[in-house]
Every structure is written in C-alpha cells, then in structure tokens.
Design a binder for this molecule. Sequence first.
Ligand code: HEM
Length: 410
Amino acid sequence: MTETRAPSDPFGLLTPESRRDPYPAYARVRAAEPVHYSEAWGAWMITRHADCVQAFRHPELSANRAGGYAKSLPPEVRERLRPLLQNLSRWLLLIDPPAHTRIRAIVREAFTPRLVAAMRPRIERIAESLIDDLSTRDEFDLIRDFAAPLPVIVIAEMLGLPPEDGLKLKSWSDALAAFMGASAIKPELVAGALRSVVELEAYFKEAIARRRGELGDDLMSTLLRASEGEEQLDEQELLSTCTVLLFGGHETTTNLIGNAVHVLLQRPDHAARVREAPDEQAPRVVDEVLRYESPVQRMGRVARGDFELAGATLRGGDRVFMVLGAANRDPEVFERPDVFDPDRRDDAKHLSFGIGPHFCLGAALGLLEGRVALTSLLRRLPQLSRAGDGAPAWIDNLTVRGLASLPLRP
Ligand code: HEM
C-alpha cells in the first residue's frame, strides 16, 4: 500500500502509517536533513543523537514555551486564563535559570533516591491490589485498569494525599495533558485546563495548609521543609511544583508500562526471561522499552536568538523539537537500532528522560514503577494474552507515544 503525503509533509510525518510507526519517517528526515524545518510540525526537528544532546544543553534554546503562548493571546483572553498561565509559568519543565536552578535544587532535595527506594513496597502493594481485581475478569484494558491508575495512586501517596483522591487528580492532570499535547489550541481544551488548574490549586492549597500543621516524611512535607530554607518557594511556586509532579510522572509512566507490555506480548522469550530472573531482566527490558518505544517522542524548546546548529540556521522565536524517538534509533550510536534488544552494549544511552539541566527528576521513580509493574504482571498473570484481534490503536499525539487501549485476557 502506498502512503499519501501532503506537499507540506514530504517525509510523511503526519500520515496514519506514521501514527502507528513513526520511526521510518524519522529515519527519512535524519538521512535527508538531520536538522530539518518541518512545515508539518511548524518547528525544527533535531533527529541525530549527538545534535539532540547538544540542543538539550544549548544556552540559546529556552524551555520557556508558555511565555510565547501567553504573549500571543489578546489581553482579555490572557486575563481570563491568568490562573492557568500563572501555574504554567512556574513549571520546572517550562522555565529557565535562575528560577529553574533554584526551584530544581529544592525539588531534588525533596525527591531523594532514599524516598523513591522506600516507595518500592508501596508500589508493589498498589500493583498487586490492582492485579487482584484484574485476575478475576475475563478481559480487561491494561491502560485503563492498570497502567493509568498505578502512577497516579503512587504520586498521590508520595505527596501524602489520600489514595482515593487518585481519580480526581487524574482527571485534572488529564485535562492539562490534553491542553499541553494538542497540536492546535482548541477552546474546549483551554477551558478544561483552566477549570482543572483552578480546582487543583484549591485542592493543593487545602492539603498544604493541613500539612503545614503536621509535617511528615512524605514528598509534600519534605518540599515544605526544604522550601523554608534560605532559597524559599513562594506559594505559586509550591502549587506549580505539586502540579508538575502530578502531571510529569503520570501519562509518561502509564505509557512506559503500556508500551512495555505491548512489546513483550510480541516477544514471549523476553517475557519468560523477566519472569525467571526479574531482578536482573526487568531493569534491562524497561530501559530498552524506553529506547525502543519512548513514551515522550519529542521535547520542545524556543530559540532565544539566531544561531547555527549542525549546519542549520535557527532564528530567534523558532520552535525546536529534540526528537527523542529519532535520536534513540540513530544508527550512528545504536547498533541495529530497530531491533528490540535488552542486552545491547552500545556506549550511548537513550534520551527518553532528556539530558542536561532539565533531566527528568522522576526518572528513578518512573523506572521503579515500570519494573515493579512488569514483574508483578508477568508473575501474577502468566497466561496474559491479547483479547480481540487487530492492531491496538496508538494515541493521536506527536509528543506522547502510547496505546489508547490494550485489551487483554488475564
Ligand atoms: C517513564 C516515565 C517518565 C518519562 C519517559 C519522563 C520523561 C521526561 C523528560 C523527557 C523530561 C525532560 C524535559 C525537558 O528536557 O524539557 C522530564 C522532566 C521531568 N520529569 Fe519526567 N519522565 C518520566 C517520569 C517522571 C516521574 C515519575 C516524575 C515525577 C513524579 C517526573 C517528573 C519530571 C519533572 C518534574 C521534570 C522536569 C525537570 C526539569 O525541568 O528540571 N517524570 N521527564
């Protein structure tokens, strides 16, 4: 079957084929013009591993994508969206030094490896209790019934919030994700994100006030303690940081789990290895899933001024994407890049958590959740298989790579 490509999309980035499997289109771009201005994306695409590493660290590339969006709005709309724009304006993901350096240091102090490691038994318990329910059914949807609730319950517990608030937190976070991930700004998505931020901030304000009276060992208490030091967090920074922790670790981890199960269902030999030696194999498999089917396919920046990158001339204000899904399959650094191989020994590492000053603060937590989820599922449900036929549908989003649903039999 031949694909139809629009004149503005000569590499076929937006075709249905690329939604299912974007990697051939990335490879075409990388081979033809590694730093390429795509009319289809309305942005530069950086597709080689080495160029992405350079871009992630480049002083001329700003993480502040929300500022330009705010400026583009008419004043009355900007005023109406103020709570949303204020919340976003303090997100670690979307800010530059010096504020980024200060806030990141505080969150890092709170989000310690010890705190993450201590979560292991709780993550196991959450996974087991979700599986208890799945194991009694004829059929379930891995995404809806397992991969989506797990990370949101985990982060709610880490922040010291009642786990039963998980669903409410998830719906707020989903509304923000729909707004952030949309290729075109639609009024209903903006309205949903605005409403969610207002409700979420009211919820966090109450939780923070309660916690201030009785600090514990949870992430929110640690954040409150850390923020009372010399480098304080103001009220908005605290609310935005809680929001970004909820948001950042949520859909990403859901899709890591979904992509991992999808990959392993097609490779029963690898699933068997995880079942037999989970401590050794689960970390390798999860890491290779991150490379092979990265939950985040691209990360955005904005050019501050004019500059050259790998032979291309970027202009101030240009939008730029480091295409992680392309960099992770760059044949210059990965041997047989299109083969799923948890035993690979390449010198280079995947870029699925980014690199440099914005490197994912939740990487250790995401990896732990992925490993626990996979280990528990394969051990408890050894007959796990696809329900129904036909290929599962991928989410229609250029940034997020994950399955909309994955019907399974336990
Ligand atoms: C497997 C799951 C995950 C993936 C693939 C992932 C991916 C990423 C990527 C690519 C970035 C870099 C953004 C950039 O350079 O602009 C990032 C940053 C971040 N991630 Fe994750 N993430 C995951 C899990 C988590 C978890 C579990 C949390 C927290 C609960 C989290 C919180 C954050 C935060 C706060 C940042 C911003 C750091 C900064 O800008 O300084 N992530 N993540």
